[in-house]
Write a protein that binds this ligand. Structure first.
Ligand code: FEO
Length: 404
């Protein structure tokens, strides 16, 4: 999208679409790219809300200047210091030497650390307002959503909440910025995957942030990534409330690590047990091939998780080891867990999965299955039993979320 786009009275989107980056934070798959949403509010004073990632200076500046029409930039609000949003702070200061950078007490040391900036800054406190003539902006900190200095800016005049990473999603804009111009199926999954990979770890503070923002009269939520919400703001607030309370849909994620197909057969038997038990949302992942962001997104989404791994050099199969470690870092709460391992010349996998189970604090579903070499008929029946037992637990899951 090559032009600045009007998104509210005196307010423009001046962000960019990134199709080139393969991995967000060098970790998370971007099959549909990602947008960096930046904004400008023009009153008697001019205010930029965040910038974009470094390589897009030319495109960002073209859009910004098309809005400013020769006026100078008075303020730059730094809602978040992560470089996908603060990446052009130094360049903007070179272009507009008198611009004042607005941040909170935790922003300013980061401005110095990242960019050596110590002058022309304005520290704002939680709830503080700034009258720019025609618009009054209010600032609210939302620490750890998703960095300690994260804050949002609320335009009390238009009711637009510039929400920073909160309510953000992966995926570029495809000619349509808003929730009322874009099919829900085009933004919902990528918004959930963004939540699971970026924000979810801090769900307890998301709850605090929602309470704080609940006092604002919000008309629109414009995040720093993904779709801009103006049709049904309450819908996305409700989604964030559910996700941050770790509510799950009824379904199961089955992840396996298999070198020669034996553990894969066990996983497929588990899936058969799940399906025979009436579970319709079953997601089977090969740990060596699936992108972790899709796995963690589904683990966040569904109530059941079953892990199966062969033993590799007396330990977990390395891709399973990596997934378990990452899951512990991103872990939702209140899930059901089943585990199974296989071995040949040395045991090890099942013990490691027991260790994961203990650390995760998930509610266990049995039986534990351990298979020597290739699974026998009896072994596969045990795997089906595990799937069937999980189906019964998932069936008891009290929450089913409407989705897509
Ligand atoms: Fe989109 Fe936490 O930066």
């Amino acid at each position: 999208m090559h032009n600045a786009i009007s998104v509210a009275k005196d307010t423009w989107w001046v962000g960019v679409n990134d199709h080139e980056t393969d991995l967000f934070e060098s970790l998370w798959d971007l099959p549909q790219g990602v947008s960096y949403n930046a904004y400008v509010v023009v009153g008697e004073k001019t205010v930029a809300i965040d910038t974009v990632k470094g390589p897009w200076f030319g495109e960002y500046l073209y859009k910004l200047e098309s809005v400013l029409k020769g006026r100078s930039l008075d303020y730059l609000v730094v809602n978040h210091m992560e470089p996908d949003h603060s990446g052009l702070v130094s360049q903007l200061r070179l272009r507009y030497p008198d611009v004042t950078l607005i941040g909170n007490v935790k922003t300013l040391p980061m401005l110095k650390g990242y960019y050596g900036i110590e002058t022309n800054t304005l520290e704002v406190k939680d709830g503080q307002t700034l009258d720019i003539g025609g618009h009054v902006l209010q600032f609210a900190t939302i620490p750890m959503v998703h960095w300690p200095e994260s804050m949002v800016t609320f335009d009390t005049t238009t009711g637009v909440l510039f929400s920073n990473d909160a309510f953000g999603g992966y995926g570029v804009h495809e000619g349509n910025l808003f929730d009322d111009t874009r099919a829900k199926s085009r933004w919902m999954g990528e918004m959930q995957r963004y939540y699971a990979t970026i924000v979810g770890r801090y769900s307890n503070v998301v709850q605090s942030a929602l309470k704080k923002l609940g006092g604002l009269d919000i008309n629109c939520i414009y995040p720093s990534h993904g779709t801009l919400f103006r049709r049904d703001v309450q819908q996305v607030i409700d989604l964030y409330d559910r996700w941050s309370r770790c509510e799950a849909e009824c379904g199961a994620v089955v992840i396996y690590g298999s070198m020669y197909g034996n553990t894969k057969r066990m996983a497929e038997a588990v899936c058969t047990g799940l399906s025979d038990g009436g579970v319709q949302n079953i997601h089977l992942y090969d740990s060596a091939r699936a992108g972790f962001s899709f796995i963690v997104s589904d683990v966040w989404r569904y109530s059941g998780l079953i892990l199966l791994s062969c033993t590799y050099n007396t330990l977990l199969f390395p891709p399973m080891e990596s997934i378990c470690s990452k899951l512990l870092n991103r872990m939702p709460k209140n899930r059901f867990l089943g585990i199974a391992g296989s071995y040949s010349w040395s045991r090890g996998a099942l013990d490691a999965l027991r260790d994961f189970a203990e650390k995760s604090k998930f509610e266990r579903v049995g039986p534990e299955v351990e298979v020597f070499a290739s699974p026998t008929e009896a072994d596969l029946n045990q795997c089906m039993e595990l799937g069937g037992n999980m189906a019964r637990r998932i069936g008891a899951c009290p929450v089913t979320l409407p989705h897509q």
